[in-house]
Design a protein around this ligand. Structure first.
Ligand SMILES: NC(=O)C1=CN([C@@H]2O[C@H](COP(=O)(O)OP(=O)(O)OC[C@H]3O[C@@H](n4cnc5c(N)ncnc54)[C@H](OP(=O)(O)O)[C@@H]3O)[C@@H](O)[C@H]2O)C=CC1
Ligand SMILES: Nc1nc(=O)c2c([nH]1)NC[C@@H]1CN(c3ccc(C(=O)N[C@@H](CCC(=O)O)C(=O)O)cc3)C=[N+]21
Length: 299
């Protein structure tokens, strides 16, 4: 029987475990604080940011939300980030992507002080992650969440053939790097595929673990997978549908055909998405602990 990974359940467990660490911080006089910054009219972004704020409330993190005018000059965003960098009540800062076009996204991510960069987008933190486990400060939320899911469902990464489809800075690139690291959650043999890859199917068909982060609805189907594979679907695509909202969420994997072949598979929604949010809380608690020098046990 194919096992369908329950990302909501694993994320709920992590939130539950984090509440102990949050209590420890509170007893020492610190309420962990996470600032979310939105400068975009992308409708999905508003949904994500409000979900992140709701998560904060649930676990006892102080959620601070800053929303900027879409036609404000880029400097307004930089000033906001500078204020949050200097604010002792803020331990983590997330600048929601995508940003309006007048802002250079790379520059905006660089403006977040590395200590508060809970997305792990700052080049200093990316470099530290790539340098290896003993150097790393944060792991980026989506790949980190995927590693937790693999661990929870006893999917062996050591020696596994892993194929990551997509090489974005937010998902594909760090995912491939973490899976290849000499670490308990790594030691896989990793192939990175992208839009210039020839014969994608030849790669995915060999893989014990496929991570799909492409942004194309149902791009990977069962015929492209090896029998018994683990399939991690990162894609969140809104496709028109006759639902109340006028759309439904579809992954980058064609779930129906893939589950026939796969041993273990994540659904969309309810797979990777909730884990991304849980690991954001995780990174915020870690950031608060490091900034205050109060030791906490992280799940
Ligand atoms: N669940 C979650 O928590 C998250 C979900 N997402 C979702 O994951 C998906 C991917 O996001 P993200 O990584 O930011 O997307 P990007 O658009 O930044 O990257 C997509 C990657 O897919 C590659 N690609 C595109 N078309 C093809 C193709 N035909 N064949 C092979 N590779 C292809 C691109 O190649 P190239 O580099 O050559 O252009 C690129 O590397 C989206 O649906 C997004 O909404 C994103 C973040 C978190
Ligand atoms: N600075 C920054 N950091 C990010 O981590 C970041 C970002 N920008 N921009 C956009 C992407 C996307 N992303 C998601 C997070 C949670 C869900 C999620 O919770 N999804 C739910 C359902 C969501 C819904 O109902 O719409 C699920 O899959 O079950 C999805 C997508 C984080 N991202």
């Amino acid at each position: 029987m194919t096992e369908v990974i329950d990302g909501n359940a694993v994320a709920a467990e992590i939130r539950e475990d984090l509440s102990d660490a949050i209590s420890t911080l509170k007893q020492a006089g610190t309420v962990p604080g996470l600032a979310t910054v939105l400068m975009s009219d992308d409708p999905a972004s508003e949904t994500y940011v409000s979900m992140k704020q709701r998560d904060c409330e649930e676990v006892g993190i102080n959620g601070i939300h800053v929303e900027l005018d879409n036609d404000a000059p880029a400097d307004e965003l930089y000033e906001t980030i500078a204020d949050l960098n200097a604010d002792d009540e803020v331990h983590g800062i997330l600048v929601q992507s995508p940003l309006v076009e007048q802002v250079n996204e790379r520059e905006a991510f660089r403006a977040v002080t590395p200590e508060k960069d809970v997305d792990c987008f700052h080049p200093e933190n990316v470099g530290r992650m790539v340098a290896g486990p003993s150097h790393a400060r944060f792991k980026p939320c989506t790949p980190h969440g995927i590693l937790k899911l693999l661990e929870q469902y006893d999917v062996e990464t050591e020696g596994a053939e892993a194929v990551v489809v997509g090489r974005s800075n937010i998902v594909g690139k760090p995912m491939a790097n973490l899976l290849a690291q000499n670490d308990d959650t790594g030691n896989a043999t990793v192939t990175v595929c992208h839009s210039r890859t020839e014969n994608l199917e030849a790669h995915t068909k060999r893989a014990d673990i496929v991570v799909a982060a492409v942004g194309v609805p149902e791009f990977i189907d069962g015929t492209m997978l090896k029998e018994g594979a683990t399939v991690i679907d990162v894609g969140i695509n809104r496709v028109d549908a006759e639902t109340e909202k006028g759309y439904e969420l579809v992954g980058d994997v064609e779930f129906a055909s893939a589950r026939e072949v796969a041993d273990t598979i994540t659904p969309v929604p309810g797979g990777v998405g909730p884990m991304t949010r849980a690991m954001l809380l995780w990174n915020t608690v870690k950031a608060a602990s490091e900034q205050t020098g109060v030791d906490v046990a992280l799940p």
